[in-house]
Structure formats: C-alpha cells, structure tokens
Design a protein around this ligand. Sequence first.
Ligand SMILES: [Zn+2]
Length: 262
Amino acid sequence: MATDHSMVTGSVMRTALPITAQSMPAPIVPSGRLAGRTLAVATAADIQLRHGEVVLTFDDGPRPGRTDAILATLDDFGVKATFMMLGNAARAHPQTVQAVALQGHTIGSHTYDHADLSTLTQQAAMTDISRGQDAVAAALAPIGKQPAPFFRFPYLAQTGFLRTSLFRDNAVVLDVNIDSKDYYKDTPEQVLARTLARLDARGSGIILFHDIQARTVTLMPMFLKALEDRGYSVVRLVPKTNGPFGIDVITAEAPVDLRGAY
Ligand SMILES: [Zn+2]
C-alpha cells in the first residue's frame, strides 16, 4: 500500500490541497459493505471474532480536531469503533466525548492520566482506573449516555491483581491483537502497510490505533478502503447489560434488527 501513489494523493486531496494541485487522484469511495456484526460484550470471552473480522479501537483521546476527523472517516465508511478515553482528556474536551457517543461509537476508559499501572500500588492503580471511568461518565452525563465498562491498560502494562479486580467489578479488559504502533515516528503509509501486514497474517483481530495521532487521521481513509477491498468486516462492540433490551442506552443507534437479540 505504501507505493500506491494514487491512494495517497486521494487522501491528501480530502484534507489539504486544492483540486487543481492534483493529478487525477483516484478517489476513495466506500462501497458500504464494510460494516459487520455487532457483538454484545459482558466479558472478554464474548469477543469471538471470525476470520476476516476486525475491531477498531482508538486510545488516548479525545482530542478535538483529530478525533473529529477520525469520526468523519468512520462515518464515511459506515463503521463503528471503540474509543478508550483518558479521564483527563475527557474532562478537558467533553463535547468531543459526546460527539463520539452521539455518532454511535462505544466509549471505554484508559485510566485518568495514562500512568503505567504496573508501577503503582494496587490501591493507586485502582483509583486511577476509577477516576478515568468517572471522568468519562461525567463528560457523557449531560447527554444522558454512559461509557461501556470497557478498560484498556496504558502501555498494555497489566498485573494479575488488577486484571482480577477488574473482572470482579464486571469490567471488560479490552486486549489488543494488532498494534499499529501509530505512535512511532513513521509515515502514515508505513503505519498502514505494517498494520495491514499484521492483520493479513493473523486474519482477524482487535486493532489498536490512537485518535490523537495526525498520521492516524491521515491513514484511516486508506486503511478502511484497504479493509473493504480485502473483504474484511468491522465488528462493533457494545456493552451487554441488564437494560430493557439487554443493551444499554449508549447502543441506542444499533440497527433495529439487533435489538432484543441479546
Ligand atoms: Zn494509551
């Protein structure tokens, strides 16, 4: 993909340069076939992906501008993702948190301030996890929504104690199968090629991106088009709760035919 000049040019056109500066770019046109199943998740064991299925996750946001651009791209392709937000970012940018929820995406948490929990005392670690979840919940409260009980460890640095504690609290630790490493100082094309190669080698999986990264904003249209071209589908994760439909209010935008199925 890194050598596909027409696709790169197409992306640039969408974001920056005037059309007159382009040499007949191939536009990225979604076919609308990328959206896959919705999985209602009560425990990590509920996330059973079939061959060709991917879950998109975005950590460390929200960040106004970049998160909004990611949302626009996801909407272009009609797919839903899970955003694992930091409490301090959610507190600073509640409108962006709300925009993510209002567009039907799932929101989990990622601690308050991105500490390496494996280096903290158990009490301090649990406090940081709770503060993060509470801050995301506070940002969503004005629109009557709530975060999913999904959690991801910063740096993927976990301990057995914390994992067990989260399980007992009915939280779902969202693991990562494919790390895009989009925080490396690589070009968008390099991140794109690396992520697709790892996905193709594995065949399915939960993919980690960061919506705070400019290169991720740039590569996302190309990435989703590549998924579409290769026949992948994007699975939406929603929390399974004891609400009236077995799913909670944050999933209100789910297709009607999925309601009552869980
Ligand atoms: Zn992170």
